[in-house]
Design a protein around this ligand. Structure first.
Ligand code: B12
Ligand code: SF4
Ligand code: SF4
Length: 360
C-alpha cells in the first residue's frame, strides 16, 4: 500500500489524544509523527503489511468462570510475539533488498510505538477495523498480529478491505468495563488490557470489581466476534499456549518473587510489566474471586516491600474478610508511610465500605 492511504487516521488519533483516551501512554500524543507514516520516514514509498495468525485452540473465555485461576490473554500465553514476527519481517525486508537491488532502503516495524498498524493493514486489504477497533479478517477473525515493512521501493498497492461489521455490536456489548465510547472508538483508560499492562499505578477503584480474574490483557471483545467462526488455531509453535499459563492458580501467582516471576515468564510478553504490577493484578483477581481460602495470600502481601502491591492487598482482603478482622490486621502492622496505601486502608475501613465475602 501507499503511505498516503490513511488520511483519516491522523485526525482520529488527534481526537483520541485530545479526549485523553490514551491515559498515561504519553508516547501516543505525538500525533504529527504517528498520524502519517511519512512523519516517521519521509522517504517511504510503499508499505507491506503482514498478519500472523495466533488463533486459540479452545474457548479463550472459559477460564473466566474459574475464579481461583488467573486469565492471561491468548496473545501472551506463548512466546513474546515481537520476537517471533520480527525475524520474519526482517527476512521479507532482506528478500526485497536482494530482489530489487542496490539503492532500495527498508525499515521493519512490529508494534513499535510509532506506526498505526491497524488502519494501515485495513488499507492494505488484510481486513477491516471492527467496532472493537482491532483488525478483523474474513479468514482469521480477530486473531492476527500485525507487522510492517516500509520501503523506498514503488510497489503496486492492493485494494483496501471494506467493513463487514454490519449491524453487529457483540464486541461493544460484552466489554466488562464499558470501554467503548462509540462503535470504533475505545477509551483505553477503561480497557482491562490497558489497566493490567500499561497502567503503572493503582487501578481506579471503581473499575477493579469489573475486571474479574483477568490478570494480563483481555480477550472478550475479540472472542465474541462472529467472524471467528472462520478462524483456525495458530500453527506457529512458539506462539502456542504454554500449559502453565492457560489457567494458573491465583494462590501460586501471588507467591511469586522477582526471580520466580522472571523464570515463569521467560520469553513471554508478561515479563515486561514486572513482578509488582503483575502481583497487583493478581490481587485484584483474588479480591474478585469470592474465595475466602485466598485471603491468606492477600494478608501476607500486606507487608510487601512494594506500595503498589500493599495497596492492592488491602483492597483484596477487604473483599474477603470481615471489617473487624481487617482492623485488627492493620493495628498489628507498622505505620504505613505511603499515602496511597494509607488511603486504601482508610477506604477499606470506612463504615460504609462493603465488607467481607458478601461484598461480591
Ligand atoms: C496503544 C495500543 C493499545 C492500547 C490502546 C488500544 C486502541 N484500540 O487504541 C491498549 C493497551 C488498550 C491495547 C489493547 C489491546 N491491544 Co494493542 N496496540 C496498541 C498499539 C501500540 C497502538 C494502537 C493505536 O495507535 N491506537 C490509537 C487509536 C486512535 O488508533 P486505532 O485504534 O487504530 O483507532 C482507530 C479507530 O478508532 C478508528 N475510528 C475512530 N473513529 C472512527 C469512526 C468510524 C466511523 C470508523 C469506521 C473508524 C473510526 O480510526 C482510528 C484510527 O485508525 C498497536 C500497535 C501499533 N503500533 O499500531 C497495538 C495493537 C493494536 N494491539 C493489539 C492487540 C492484540 C491488543 C489486544 C487484543 C491485547 C489483549 N488481548 O489484551 C487489546 C485489544 C483492546 C482493544 N479493543 O483495542 C494488536 C491488534 C492486532 C489486530 N488484529 O488488530 C496491535 C496492532 C499490535 C500488533 N502489532 O499486533 N493496545
Ligand atoms: S479488551 Fe476487554 S476491556 Fe478492553 S475493550 Fe475489549 S472487552 Fe473491553
Ligand atoms: S463483534 Fe461484530 S461489531 Fe465487533 S468487530 Fe466483530 S463483527 Fe464487528
Amino acid at each position: 500500500m501507499r503511505p498516503d492511504a490513511i488520511p483519516e487516521a491522523g485526525p482520529r488519533l488527534a481526537r483520541f489524544v485530545a479526549e485523553g483516551a490514551h491515559g498515561d501512554m504519553a508516547w501516543m500524543a505525538d500525533v504529527s509523527r504517528r498520524g502519517d507514516p511519512r512523519g516517521l520516514w519521509p522517504a517511504v514509498r510503499s508499505i507491506l503489511l503482514v498478519g500472523m495468525n495466533y488463533g486459540p485452540a479452545g474457548d479463550p473465555l472459559a477460564v473466566l468462570r474459574r475464579r481461583d485461576r488467573g486469565a492471561i490473554s491468548v496473545y501472551a500465553q506463548g512466546d513474546d510475539y515481537h520476537d517471533v514476527i520480527k525475524p520474519r519481517l526482517k527476512a521479507i525486508a532482506r528478500w526485497l533488498v536482494e530482489t530489487a537491488g542496490d539503492g532500495v532502503d527498508v525499515k521493519v516495524f512490529v508494534d513499535t510505538a510509532a506506526l498505526m498498524e491497524k488502519p494501515l493493514a485495513a488499507a492494505a486489504g488484510l481486513g477491516w477495523q471492527g467496532k472493537h477497533t482491532n483488525l478483523v479478517s474474513r479468514r482469521f477473525g480477530s486473531w492476527l498480529f500485525l507487522g510492517a515493512v516500509m520501503t523506498t521501493l514503488d510497489l503496486p498497492p492492493d485494494e483496501p478491505e471494506t467493513d463487514h461489521c454490519g449491524r453487529c455490536r457483540a464486541c461493544l456489548d460484552v466489554c466488562p468495563t464499558a470501554a467503548f465510547v462509540a462503535p470504533y472508538r475505545l477509551d483505553a483508560r477503561r480497557c482491562i488490557s490497558y489497566l493490567t499492562i500499561e497502567h503503572k499505578g493503582p487501578i481506579p477503584r471503581e473499575l477493579r470489581p469489573l475486571m474479574g480474574n483477568r490478570i494480563y490483557g483481555c480477550d472478550d471483545c475479540l472472542a465474541v466476534c462472529p467472524w471467528n467462526k472462520f478462524a483456525m488455531a495458530g500453527r506457529e509453535v512458539r506462539l502456542a499456549a504454554r500449559a502453565e499459563l492457560k489457567a494458573p492458580p491465583l494462590a501460586e501467582l501471588a507467591r511469586l518473587d522477582d526471580a520466580a516471576f522472571r523464570a515463569l515468564f521467560r520469553k513471554s510478553a508478561v515479563k515486561r510489566i514486572g513482578r509488582d504490577r503483575f502481583v497487583r493484578n493478581v490481587l485484584i483477581a483474588i479480591g474478585n474471586s469470592g474465595e475466602a481460602g485466598l485471603a491468606p495470600e492477600a494478608e501476607r502481601l500486606l507487608a510487601d516491600p512494594s506500595p503498589l502491591v500493599r495497596g492492592a492487598a488491602v483492597w483484596a482482603l477487604a473483599r474477603l474478610v470481615p471489617r473487624e478482622r481487617l482492623a485488627r490486621l492493620r493495628a498489628r502492622l507498622p505505620a504505613e508511610a505511603e499515602p496511597a496505601v494509607r488511603d486504601e486502608w482508610d477506604v477499606a475501613l470506612e463504615p460504609t465500605a462493603p465488607a467481607g465475602a458478601a461484598a461480591g
